[in-house]
Design a protein around this ligand. Structure first.
Ligand SMILES: N[C@@H](CCC(=O)N[C@@H](CS)C(=O)NCC(=O)O)C(=O)O
Length: 223
């Protein structure tokens, strides 16, 4: 049963922002109580902690609240960064944040219009898929020179961006597989096959007030 002194993570399994937060919390071995949220029925406790109503949200044991996924990643990794996600093999944290901001800004905007055209009356999803291609080509070019975006080991940028590339690829798997982006395809496949990804993608029942919540991250091998 989770301990009350643990931070509380409001999460949604399939949300790419929540995924990146869980990746950093898991790799940094930051124990939390995970509360799985149903987005159309958000618990009052989440909205009290963070009125903006998005996930992920991390409520710290001193009642501080971290409301954005990248800030949760940075908070967790600054406390414990055993795989050196904040120390890329090439480039700087600033360079990684710049690439992540291209993902979170223009790329995400196009991804939403490609994946969820019904939310944007009158738009052409294929046009938005095309507009998203330069970002993916840029990633493929970086990855053709090194196995990860910033050199020889996975770092913040890889883990922050991969959940969004996954979402893009899964919108039309055949189309994605047919693109001339071999390095990007291999990088995504490696991420999806990783033990870390499996660890952060376990399924949990929706949390209801009074439930104990679940301990996160799960023990390695406990999948
Ligand atoms: N800037 C936020 C964005 C998070 C976000 O937009 N999450 C989506 C789910 S993927 C959400 O909670 N949307 C609210 C809703 O659908 O009601 C972050 O980085 O955490």
């Amino acid at each position: 049963m989770p301990n009350n002194a643990l931070p509380i993570l409001y999460s949604f399994r399939r949300c790419p922002y929540a995924m990146r937060a869980r990746l950093a919390l898991a790799v940094s071995q930051t124990r939390c109580e995970l509360r799985e949220v149903v987005l159309r029925d958000k618990p009052a406790e989440l909205l009290q902690a963070s009125a903006k109503g998005t996930v992920p949200v991390l409520v710290l044991s001193d009642a501080g609240v971290i409301e954005h996924s990248l800030d949760i990643m940075l908070w967790a990794l600054r406390r414990n960064d055993p795989q050196q996600w904040l120390a890329p093999a090439t480039g700087t944290i600033q360079d990684m944040l710049e690439l992540i901001s291209q993902c979170d800004g223009p790329f995400k905007q196009r991804l939403d219009r490609y994946k969820y055209p019904e939310r944007y009356p009158g738009i052409d999803p294929i046009e938005h898929r095309s507009l998203a291609e330069p970002f993916l080509r840029q990633l493929d070019q970086r990855l053709s020179g090194s196995p990860y975006l910033f050199g020889s080991h996975a770092a913040l940028a890889d883990r922050a961006i991969a959940p969004f590339v996954r979402q893009f690829a899964h919108t039309d798997k055949e189309w994605f597989a047919a693109q001339p982006w071999p390095a990007l395809q291999a990088w995504l496949a490696g991420f999806l096959d990783s033990a870390l990804f499996e660890r952060v993608m376990q399924k949990y029942p929706a949390w209801r007030a009074g439930d104990p919540g679940v301990l996160f991250p799960p023990s390695p091998g406990n999948t």
